[in-house]
Design a protein around this ligand. Structure first.
Ligand code: FES
Ligand SMILES: [Fe+2]
Length: 437
């Protein structure tokens, strides 16, 4: 028998308490029964990002978010005093969904003073208060103040709006996020008001797609035509220089920008339009002339490994939210919303500072399109992976040290499910789990 590989004490994996280095099962991604547990233990208990404050630009702005995984829909509002609220999207009269787009399953957004139910016309304020009941005198012992919209716990952190569907969250949002994710605090997210958003229905479990974006082991192979030569090697691969775990969250940082600038790739590695407009997968080649975006002025938590060169920090916020910050001065978010044990809806948003001229606008659009192309390459493998796992030909799989994040996510989900089964509580953060270089 030939055995090879690094000892666990010399690896990223070996530094995460309790993670182990053994084979893993993906039963958590193919089992309908596990999915039902995950809905209760994870998605009805963790803080979930549903959007950003830029989606509520004015007093009276609102949007809805379908949370199929938790069998509900929420309305997020900015009231006339500027406060942000979240409510279940359910009329208190006979249960009709209050707001929808084209059909009851479609999300919607807008600006208004009151919400009116389409069924019998009850009206609610932006703070959830029941304002009007048709023929109120026909009701019995009726007090309108007892029938507000049902409130959902909602907190805003750095402009990101999170909800928590549990009756009483076991942790505040800052405690849940923990110090590693809170290292993002102070990043000028508010400057990024130009957004390009995409959405796709994916034929895999949500974790399978998260896995595809949280390791770069696959990059030289799956994205071979988009790699600079130094990274594109079928034999030597590409290694991530920095990982960090904190509670259920993960961080992956990549370097290499200055060493191997993407725009110095030979022309065959780029689409012609990338040369034409000087923008591509890593963003516009020129960083915006905004002092807050100069890497020297960024909060240290953005690149906690102190990589130099540094190119991307990929924050994987448990359970299903990802923020990628690019050295070129823009950021990207992903959300993975389960719709069944083997399907999910994937959302991707590109965020840029507003274009000041047509060239900048074109660079943003080219970045979004070229980067989305890479995302589609990742998405293209997913139903193949799901089918392979569902065949149950194999039930134990190896993971290398560069896939430590994959191992960590499945363990974190498993821990939350176990904790829920044991005592009805979410796993939450545990002190002493931070792993640093
Ligand atoms: S169900 Fe909404 S007013 Fe009747
Ligand atoms: Fe990829």
């Amino acid at each position: 028998m030939v055995r090879s590989g690094k000892p666990s004490e010399a690896s990223w994996t070996g530094r995460v308490p309790g993670l182990g280095t053994g084979l893993v099962s993906y039963e958590d991604s193919i089992s309908p029964e596990f999915y039902e547990l995950e809905r209760e233990a994870v998605f009805k208990r963790a803080w979930l990002n549903v959007g950003r404050v830029e989606q509520l630009p004015r007093k009276g702005s609102f949007f809805t978010k379908e949370l199929t995984v938790a069998a509900t829909s929420v309305i997020v509002t900015r009231d006339l005093d500027g406060r942000v609220h979240a409510f279940h999207n359910v009329c208190r009269h006979r249960g009709n969904k209050l707001l929808w787009g084209e059909t009851p399953r479609d999300e919607t957004s807008g600006v208004c003073r009151q919400f009116m139910c389409k069924y019998h016309g009850w009206r609610y304020g932006l703070d959830g208060e029941l304002k009007f009941v048709l023929q109120e005198e026909e009701y019995f012992d009726f007090d309108r103040s007892e029938f507000p919209l049902v409130r959902v716990h909602c907190e805003v952190w750095e402009g990101f709006i999170f909800v928590n569907l549990s009756r009483e969250p076991s942790q505040s949002l800052p405690d849940f996020l923990g110090p590693m994710v809170r290292g993002l605090e102070g990043y000028p997210f508010h400057l990024f008001t130009e957004r390009y958003a995409f959405k796709a229905d994916i034929l895999s479990n949500w974790k399978i797609f998260l896995d595809a974006f949280q390791e770069y082991y696959h990059a030289p192979i799956l994205h071979s035509q988009q790699q600079v030569p130094a990274l594109r090697s079928f034999d030597t691969g590409f290694k991530v220089p920095y990982f960090q775990m904190d509670g259920p969250h993960r961080l992956v940082s990549t370097g290499g920008w200055k060493g191997v600038p993407r725009h110095m790739s030979p022309p065959e590695n780029l689409y012609p339009i990338e040369h034409q407009v000087q923008a591509g997968m890593m963003g516009p080649w020129e960083r915006p002339d905004i002092p807050e975006l100069d890497p020297a002025n960024l909060p240290p938590g953005i690149n906690p490994g102190g990589l130099d060169p540094w190119s991307i920090s990929n924050f994987q916020i448990f359970p299903n939210f990802v923020i990628l910050l690019y050295e070129r001065g823009w950021y990207l978010t992903y959300q993975y919303w389960p719709t069944s044990h083997n399907t999910h809806t994937w959302e991707m948003s590109y965020w840029f500072p507003p274009s000041r001229n047509a060239s900048e606008r074109i660079r943003h659009e080219v970045t979004a399109v070229v980067s989305k192309e890479a995302g589609l390459q990742d998405a293209g493998t997913l139903d193949g992976t799901q089918m392979g796992l569902e065949s149950r030909v194999i039930d134990q799989w190896p993971l290398c040290d560069q896939e430590v994040t994959v191992r960590h996510l499945h363990k974190a989900v498993g821990d939350w499910v176990q904790s829920h089964l044991r005592d009805g509580q979410p796993e939450g953060r545990r002190d002493g789990e931070a792993v640093r270089a």
